[in-house]
Design a protein around this ligand. Structure first.
Ligand code: HEM
Length: 496
C-alpha cells in the first residue's frame, strides 16, 4: 500500500457512507522520477518551501508524495490543514524521531518534548508548559531577556563603529544567532554564557560548534544505511556533536542542581526561574532535565534568530511600516525608557510585524502529523491509522485567497481594528494545538523586546550591494546570502 496500514473503508465505515468516501488510491501521486528531477535537476532540494507552491499548481490541494521509506499525504490548502488539525488526536505525533532518540538511549538520557511520544509526552508537556506557555508566564523573563538585549545593542554599536561606513552591521544572521542562543540560555540555564562578548568563551564556542556539527551530520546519517556506520566517519561525527551538546548543558544543569542543594541543606529558600523550577518543583531527575532542556534549547535558537533576521530585512525594505512601528514604540515608551515585557503588550503593530514576517517566512516551513490511534477522513478521503500527513503551511501562508497581495509585507492585515482578519489556519508558524510550539511565548518576548529597542534607537536601511535576498530551506528558512543592514542612529544619545 502507498500509505498507512492495511485497513480500508470497507471494514471500518458504515456501509451507507462507503460509496461517497474515496481513498488515497484516488489521489494524484508525485512520481519518484519527477521528484528527483525537481529536487536535483531543477535545484528545489534547498527550496522545498517553493516546491510546495509549485506542486499545488500541478496536483491540487491533496496529493501523495514519497521517496525511499518515507511516504506521506501532502495537505496544501487552508481548509485541509484546519480539518486535519481539528481532528487531531489526544497525543499528536509528528513522526519518527529515532535519529535523536538513539543517542539518548545510548547514554541513558531522558527524552525531551521533541522525542517523547504518547502519554509520556503528554505528562512531560504538562510539566514543561508551566511557566512557559501562558503569555503572562513570559513576562517574568522580561528583565533577563532585556539584559541580553542590552548586550546586543552594545554589540551593534561596536560593529557599526568598526565598519567602514560607521553604521553597517554585516552578517546579521550570525549576530542574531549569538543573541538568540544567549537569550534562551539565560532563561534555560539561568546563567550567561558569553555569546555576545567580543571573544566568545572557549567552552561556549565548543558548544556552538557541537550544535552545528550535530545538525550538519543529521541528514547524511538519516540517508545512509546503518551498516555503513562502522565504516564511514559520518556517524562518529554526528555522535561527537551530541556529546559536545550534552557535556555543556549537563555541566550547567549540574552546577544549578548543586547550588539548589546547598540552599536546601542550609535551610535557605530556593529561588529561581525555569531550570530551578524543573529541578526542584518537579519529580524530574537530572538526566530527564538534560533531555528536555537541551531539546528546548536546540529548538529555540535558529528559529528565533532567523525570524528576527527576516523581520528586520523586511522593515528595512518597507520604510513606511518601519516608521509606523517607530511611532508606536516611541509613543508607548517615550524618552530613554527601555521597553519592558508589560510595555510590549500595548504595541499591536509590533506584534503584527512579527506575525507578518512569520507569514512570509515561516522559519519552519513544513510540519507533519501521523495518526497513531485512529483512521481518519480528510477532504472526503479515508486514511487508515499510521498515515503520515505533510502540512504544506508555507504554501498556504502565500495563498492570495487568504492573504491578498501575499508577496507584500503588510503587518496591518493582522490588526484587530475592525477589519476582517485572515483565517487563523492560513498562517501557522508555531504549529497548532497541544503539540504546538512550547517556546512560542519566550520566542515572541525575545523578538518583541529586541526589535522594539532596536527600532527606537536606529533606522534600519538595506545594504544595496547584497542584491535580492531569497530564502533557502536548511531545516529552517535562512537567507541565501550574508545579510547586512545599516543602523542609522535616530538621535545622538546612546540610550543603552
Ligand atoms: C520564532 C520562533 C519559533 C518558531 C517559528 C517555532 C516553531 C515551531 C513549530 C512549527 C513547532 C512544531 C509544532 C507542531 O507540531 O504543532 C515547534 C515545536 C517546538 N518548539 Fe518551537 N518555534 C520557535 C521557537 C521556539 C523556542 C524559543 C523554543 C524553546 C524555548 C521552542 C521549543 C519547541 C519545542 C520543544 C517544540 C516541540 C514541542 C512538542 O513536540 O511537544 N521553539 N516550534
Amino acid at each position: 500500500r502507498w500509505v498507512g496500514g492495511t485497513r480500508s473503508p470497507a471494514n471500518t465505515l458504515p456501509s451507507t457512507s462507503q460509496s461517497k468516501i474515496r481513498t488515497a488510491d484516488d489521489l494524484p501521486r508525485i512520481k519518484t522520477r519527477d521528484m528527483f528531477y525537481r529536487m536535483f535537476v531543477k535545484g528545489y532540494y534547498n527550496r522545498l518551501h517553493e516546491l510546495q507552491v509549485y506542486e499545488k499548481q500541478l496536483y491540487g490541494p491533496m496529493y501523495k508524495m514519497g521517496m525511499g521509506k518515507f511516504h506521506s499525504i501532502a495537505l496544501n490548502s487552508v481548509e485541509l490543514l484546519e480539518e486535519l488539525l481539528r481532528k487531531g488526536e489526544k497525543f499528536p505525533s509528528r513522526g519518527d524521531m529515532s535519529l535523536w532518540t538513539e543517542y539518548r538511549d545510548l547514554r541513558g538520557i531522558g527524552y525531551g518534548p521533541f522525542t517523547e511520544e504518547g502519554e509520556k509526552w503528554y505528562k512531560l508537556r504538562t510539566v514543561l508548559n508551566k511557566r512557559m506557555m501562558h503569555p503572562k508566564d513570559s513576562v517574568q523573563y522580561g528583565d533577563v531577556v532585556n539584559e541580553v538585549v542590552s548586550d546586543l545593542i552594545k554589540r551593534i554599536y561596536h560593529l557599526r563603529r568598526i565598519s567602514p561606513s560607521g553604521d553597517l552591521v554585516t552578517n546579521l544572521s550570525n549576530e542574531l544567532y549569538r543573541f538568540s542562543l544567549e537569550g534562551i540560555s539565560s532563561i534555560l540555564f539561568e546563567t550567561r554564557i558569553g555569546c555576545l562578548e567580543e571573544e566568545i568563551p572557549v567552552e561556549t564556542q565548543d558548544f556552538i560548534d557541537s550544535i552545528a556539527q550535530m545538525f550538519s551530520y543529521s541528514m547524511p546519517v538519516a540517508m545512509l544505511p546503518k551498516w555503513s556506520r562502522n565504516i564511514l566517519p559520518v556517524y562518529r561525527h554526528y555522535i561527537a556533536g551530541w556529546e559536545g551538546i550534552f557535556k555543556f548543558s549537563g555541566k550547567l544543569i549540574d552546577m544549578k542542581m548543586e547550588a539548589i542543594q546547598k540552599r536546601v541543606d542550609t535551610d535557605q529558600e530556593v529561588e529561581g526561574e525555569y531550570l530551578t523550577y524543573l529541578l526542584s518543583n518537579t519529580k524530574m531527575t537530572n538526566k530527564e532535565v538534560y533531555g528536555s532542556v537541551t531539546e528546548l534549547l536546540l529548538a529555540g535558537v535558529d528559529t528565533t534568530s532567523n525570524t528576527m533576521m527576516w523581520a528586520m530585512h523586511l522593515l528595512s525594505r518597507y520604510p513606511n511600516a518601519q516608521d509606523t512601528l517607530y511611532q508606536e514604540v516611541s509613543h508607548c515608551v517615550p524618552g530613554d525608557k527601555i521597553p519592558s515585557a508589560q510595555d510590549v503588550n500595548r504595541m499591536p503593530y509590533l506584534k503584527a510585524v512579527i506575525k507578518e514576517a512569520l507569514r512570509m517566512y515561516p522559519v519552519v516551513p513544513m510540519n507533519a502529523r501521523i495518526m497513531i490511534e485512529n483512521d481518519i477522513i480528510i477532504g472526503g478521503h479515508f486514511f487508515p491509522k499510521k498515515t503520515s500527513f505533510t502540512m504544506c503551511h508555507y504554501a498556504t501562508s502565500q495563498d492570495e485567497k487568504t492573504f491578498p497581495e501575499p508577496s507584500k509585507f503588510k503587518p496591518e492585515r493582522w490588526l484587530r481594528d475592525g477589519r476582517v482578519r485572515p483565517n487563523p489556519f492560513g498562517s501557522i508558524p508555531f504549529g497548532f494545538g497541544v503539540r504546538g510550539c512550547v517556546g512560542r511565548r519566550i520566542a515572541e518576548l525575545e523578538m518583541y523586546l529586541a526589535l522594539s529597542r532596536i527600532i527606537k534607537l536606529f533606522e534600519i536601511r538595506p545594504d544595496p550591494s547584497i542584491g535580492e535576498v531569497k530564502a533557502l530551506n536548511r531545516t529552517v528558512l535562512v537567507a541565501d546570502r550574508q545579510v547586512n543592514l545599516h543602523f542609522v542612529e535616530r538621535t545622538n544619545r546612546a540610550a543603552l
